[in-house]
Design a protein around this ligand. Structure first.
Ligand SMILES: Cc1cc2nc3c(=O)[nH]c(=O)nc-3n(C[C@H](O)[C@H](O)[C@H](O)COP(=O)(O)OP(=O)(O)OC[C@H]3O[C@@H](n4cnc5c(N)ncnc54)[C@H](O)[C@@H]3O)c2cc1C
Length: 419
């Protein structure tokens, strides 16, 4: 079949990978040039450990407290915007224990499927993307956070994930080159991490190669979608500023812009861009040995050999390219609290990288068919888990389009659940 994918982020490319493998003729439409975007400068975690969805009990009150501080890890730009209000209302309704209980097993299924898929991609893709299978720390400073993290680790163990609970001294024994100042930590050994820009490049290179038994994926870069042609309840073509692309099946995978493209099809999808920042350091003689989430400060670190990335924050301020220096500085300051002797210079705040996470109101992705058109499939809304869940999502999209029974239950990801 002719499958057209809108969006060349990690979800679009992983979908293209599995669809190509199944023998479909795949075209990816991307309005940029595949060198930057949310899928490139993120922290590169593949995290089965993140099976708790974003909308949790207590997050609203915590968010309101954070709103009072200009250096906190969370910010909503106050504005009268109907899409934001609808999204906020749905988020509020979902931020409860029942949602977590219902959603977590499904998110866990998707993340574990993806973790296995990453082993296959590591073998199949031509270029290395520095995938390191060491695990990831949840580091905490307070006993209260420690108790919460231990409770989560017990839940993780019940899902079959392996964790190692460590005292401050034991954490230090793992981190051989850098002093760590924490009350304790939990190492999730099934997690792994990679260089996301290299991963994207490797997928891109692979998909463009001619293979004897499959089509080369066609990329329409610097191409903007302008509309759709429809006939008999089917989308027959995508119109772009570079011409028309016919399709048998259409996959919408355009990240945080998923809401606006859906409007062109007369479909309301709840989606907000959740902006996050990262900063980079190169040529470090003494570096972290493990990636870590600095739980009390919602900051993350990713070391790969001599380079280190630090990232965080969640800003709901629309697609605004404005960098808030205090929030970038807060990421750097959080890092210094946990690794006090690592003498990193203050980052150039104006040059911090940022990306827009595609955030659905319950933090669960949209994966599946939409009933408005017989050939429309959604793959998006993975919030902070796009890389972690990309391989599994790609596999599911291939199964949905091929009419196979999906390997995991998809109801929790239904794109029409907020309709
Ligand atoms: C600071 C930070 C750290 C993160 N760390 C991690 C992590 O460690 N692990 C993890 O799993 N996730 C992480 N994430 C989240 C992850 O980056 C995202 O979930 C993921 O990149 C989303 O991928 P996507 O393909 O859905 O969207 P995108 O990467 O945004 O791709 C969508 C693409 O669609 C294109 N597009 C949009 N509209 C159109 C149009 N009309 N026509 C043509 N093209 C269009 C865009 O140009 C874009 O390239 C992080 C995010 C941030 C900001």
């Amino acid at each position: 079949m002719k499958v057209t994918i809108i969006g060349g982020g990690v979800i679009g490319l992983c979908s293209a990978y599995y669809l190509q493998q199944a023998g479909h003729e795949v075209t990816v439409i991307e309005r940029n040039d595949m060198t930057d975007g949310c899928s490139f400068g993120n922290m590169g975690y593949i995290s089965p450990s993140h099976f708790i969805p974003l909308a949790t009990p207590g997050i609203i009150s915590q968010g309101l407290k954070w709103m009072m501080s200009s250096s906190s890890p969370f910010y909503i730009k106050p504005r009268l915007n109907l899409d934001l209000l609808r999204w906020g209302l749905a988020f509020w309704k979902k931020a409860n224990a029942a949602n977590v209980e219902q959603s977590a097993p499904h998110l866990n299924n998707l993340l574990q499927l993806s973790r296995h898929g990453m082993n296959e991609l590591k073998k199949e893709l031509p270029d290395s993307f520095d995938m390191m299978e060491k695990g990831c720390w949840m580091l905490y400073k307070s006993d209260k956070t420690g108790d919460h993290e231990k409770h989560l680790a017990d839940q993780a163990n019940a899902y079959g994930l392996k964790t190692i609970q460590c005292t401050s001294q034991q954490v230090q024994e793992y981190e051989t080159q850098v002093e760590v100042n924490v009350a304790g930590g939990i190492l999730y050994t099934d997690d792994c991490h990679l260089n996301p820009a290299k991963f994207m490049q490797s997928l891109f290179n692979h998909l463009q190669k001619n293979k004897p038994d499959s089509y080369r994926v066609k990329f329409w870069l610097k191409t903007e979608v302008t509309g759709f042609e429809r006939n008999n309840g089917k989308i027959t073509a995508v119109n772009t500023n570079q011409g028309k692309i016919n399709c048998d099946e259409l996959v919408i995978a355009n990240g945080s812009w998923l809401g606006s493209i859906s409007k062109m099809l007369g479909i309301k999808m709840l989606m907000q861009p959740g902006k996050g920042y990262s900063v980079m350091y190169n040529d470090l003689e003494n570096n972290l040995q493990y990636p870590s989430i600095l739980v009390d400060d919602r900051t993350a670190t990713t070391p790969i050999n001599k380079w280190l990335r630090i990232g965080g924050t969640m800003e709901l301020s629309g697609h605004s390219d404005n960098i808030l220096p205090k929030r970038v500085l807060a990421i750097y300051n959080a890092f210094k609290k946990y690794y006090p002797t690592m003498d990193l210079p203050e980052p150039d705040l104006k040059r911090a990288w940022f990306g827009y996470r595609p955030v659905s109101p319950d933090g669960m992705p949209y994966i599946g068919r939409h009933t408005k058109f017989s050939n429309l499939v959604y793959a998006g809304g993975h919030a902070m888990l796009g890389v972690s869940a990309a391989a599994g999502t790609g596999q599911l999209i291939k199964e949905i389009i091929g009419g196979e029974k999906p390997v995991i239950e998809l109801t929790a990801f239904n794109p029409e659940r907020f309709s």
